[in-house]
Design a protein around this ligand. Sequence first.
Ligand SMILES: NC(=O)c1ccc[n+]([C@@H]2O[C@H](COP(=O)([O-])OP(=O)(O)OC[C@H]3O[C@@H](n4cnc5c(N)ncnc54)[C@H](O)[C@@H]3O)[C@@H](O)[C@H]2O)c1
Ligand SMILES: O=C(O)C(=O)C[C@@H](O)[C@H](O)[C@H](O)COP(=O)(O)O
Ligand SMILES: [Zn+2]
Length: 359
Amino acid sequence: MNTHIHVGTGPGAYDVRVGHGPLRELAGVPAVAAASRVAVLHAPRLRDTAARAAALFAGRGLRPTVIELPDGEQAKTADTAARCWGTLGQNGFTRTDVIVGIGGGATTDLAGFVAATWLRGVPWIAVPTTLLGMVDAAVGGKTGINTGAGKNLVGAFHPPSAVLCDLDALGTLPAADYTAGLAEVVKAGFIRDPTILDLIEADPEGARSPHGPHTRELVERAIRVKAEVVTQDLREQGPREALNYGHTLGHAIEKCEGFTWRHGEAVSVGMVFAAELARLAGLSDDTVVRRHRSVLDAVGLPLRHPGGRWPELLDAMRVDKKARGNTLRFIVLDGIGRTRVLADPGPDRLAAAWARVSG
Ligand SMILES: NC(=O)c1ccc[n+]([C@@H]2O[C@H](COP(=O)([O-])OP(=O)(O)OC[C@H]3O[C@@H](n4cnc5c(N)ncnc54)[C@H](O)[C@@H]3O)[C@@H](O)[C@H]2O)c1
Ligand SMILES: O=C(O)C(=O)C[C@@H](O)[C@H](O)[C@H](O)COP(=O)(O)O
Ligand SMILES: [Zn+2]
């Protein structure tokens, strides 16, 4: 049985379907009914799944175009988007035609961005195949690409028409990518749903496996957190900023390390940094910091950066989307399960928090 988790309200609302085999429902997504053409954008390792999706559409009388993207973060570039626009143009894609993104978060971010920009917006369907994609990236309509200046600096809010999460896909995911996805699951636990933390702490080994006893519950709980937040605040006017917990430093690490760190790994260090910052600002205590370190460490996520790049990282943090003018703004915890904004913590506190997570 697939679980349906509802996101949004009104005409733009959609379902996230979680279970075993929801890909079979692809051709039944309402947006497909009006389409004549469908473009299937996929990560290289998802070639077979993309071929199956294309066959499914062809069987319904649609004309499929399959576009293989570069792997992972390399897909999130203006060049890749331009290549996709070229193919859509050659194939006469109109506003009722549909784009499907199959792969991890990088793939669905790019596919969603192409859908947001082609003809100023066409429907798209996300088929996330990583843990991180299912619990976070494919849900909520943030789409985008990186630029030389940093992570996700060009993009659009463009919610999908449906999100299909086939838990069976997680079986082929490399362990390190599965673990990286757990960072966003843990994030959901700290910002809104502490039961997630309890489940992971009770059985960290189980949490590290796609076949663990609580895998499905963890996935669904994290999706529900995301769904509730983005339903409340799609365009990040306030509450949605909570989902950026750990990302201010996390994105800076990704940029400064030339995207050699996995997103989840960088966010893991970013969450410990945010917890240290909150403690130094008197908003939180040692127990909360210790809980960050213990739960992230228990699942094999990094707690530190090797160090030595602080000025560069600080500069990268200044283009964070939560910054306002010269003011850096961080999401910190206001107790477990609640968040608040810490604006302008000051250079000394920032350096002190960095010292606690580097070297
Ligand atoms: N839009 C959002 O709201 C949002 C939220 C969180 C993260 N993100 C973005 O998501 C990206 C990270 O996503 P990710 O962790 O999924 O990384 P990813 O997309 O780079 O995928 C990780 C690796 O797993 C491979 N892969 C994917 N599915 C597989 C499968 N089933 N079997 C085997 N290999 C598979 C990919 O090809 C890639 O090599 C970052 O760019 C991040 O910025 C976006
Ligand atoms: O959906 C959101 O909002 C998030 O912040 C979720 C994050 O996990 C995600 O990495 C997002 O892409 C970051 O957004 P950005 O606006 O900081 O680029
Ligand atoms: Zn993230």
